[in-house]
Write a protein that binds this ligand. Structure first.
Ligand code: ZN
Length: 236
């Protein structure tokens, strides 16, 4: 009876650990998918911002091109007036205006060239962002497929382990079993603690020799410090 208890306790803890591991794997899948979904959403937002940037640069170029056309029309108008100038004074005033406008035109032309370069750079960035989004979507789909493929097997394994745990718990007398079940609900596999050396491996408190003897003889005992269901390992 005593030795059988020892083996049953060890086996029970092993099954609880396996069950915990499967539960963790099941919970991990949706988390991994969520991370990929968030990444796709971020890349989508980056691309939208990139497209807005291209749009803004193009609008600026259009505005400046319009300003240039207006300035060119004004210059040709001034040229016409200059050709018909009747006095030196009028001529000088018109020449002065034309010089200032020609200078402004040259500045505007440089600015337009700069804006075209900005458009090209923004278009390059947007193209890269589009490629990044496509990659993110592919990664998300691959993760969804991977998680979905693993899930049925994990669910089946979980059901098997739950049955095995229930079967493995049968040796526990009713009263300690209730306490043990409460611990499992709260701590899963950490409901149980192996005794390593002379200590409880959950809280590291040294156990009185009387307790160690009782544990080795297969008594069902909970740690007085951390409350876990204790058992002696094979080497202890
Ligand atoms: Zn303890």
């Amino acid at each position: 009876m005593a030795n059988s208890n020892l083996n049953d306790l060890r086996k029970l803890h092993e099954l609880l650990r396996d069950l915990k591991s499967v539960q963790d794997d099941l919970a991990k899948g949706p988390r991994l998918v969520r991370v990929k979904v968030q990444n796709t959403e971020q890349k989508q937002a980056d691309l939208e911002a990139g497209k807005q940037d291209v749009k803004a640069c193009k609008m600026l170029a259009d505005q400046k091109t319009l300003q240039l056309k207006t300035l060119e029309a004004k210059l040709s108008e001034l040229q016409g007036k200059l050709n018909q100038a009747v006095s030196n004074r009028e001529y000088d005033i018109l020449r002065g205006q034309m010089e200032a406008d020609t200078m402004a035109k040259s500045v505007l032309e440089d600015e337009i060239l700069e804006t075209f370069e900005k458009i090209e750079a923004a278009q390059g960035r947007a193209k890269q962002l589009e490629a990044d989004l496509a990659t993110a979507k592919q990664e998300e789909a691959a993760m969804r497929a991977k998680v979905a493929a693993a899930e049925p097997g994990l669910i089946e394994r979980k059901a098997q382990l739950e049955l095995a745990v229930t079967a493995a718990e049968q040796f526990l007398p009713a009263e300690p079993k209730l306490q043990y079940r409460r611990l499992v609900t709260a701590h899963a596999a950490d409901a149980m603690a192996e005794v390593t050396g002379n200590s409880c491996s959950a809280c590291y408190v040294s156990l009185p020799s009387q307790t160690l003897v009782a544990l080795r003889s297969g008594e069902i005992l909970f740690c007085r410090t951390c409350g876990k269901l204790m058992y002696v390992g094979i080497q202890a």
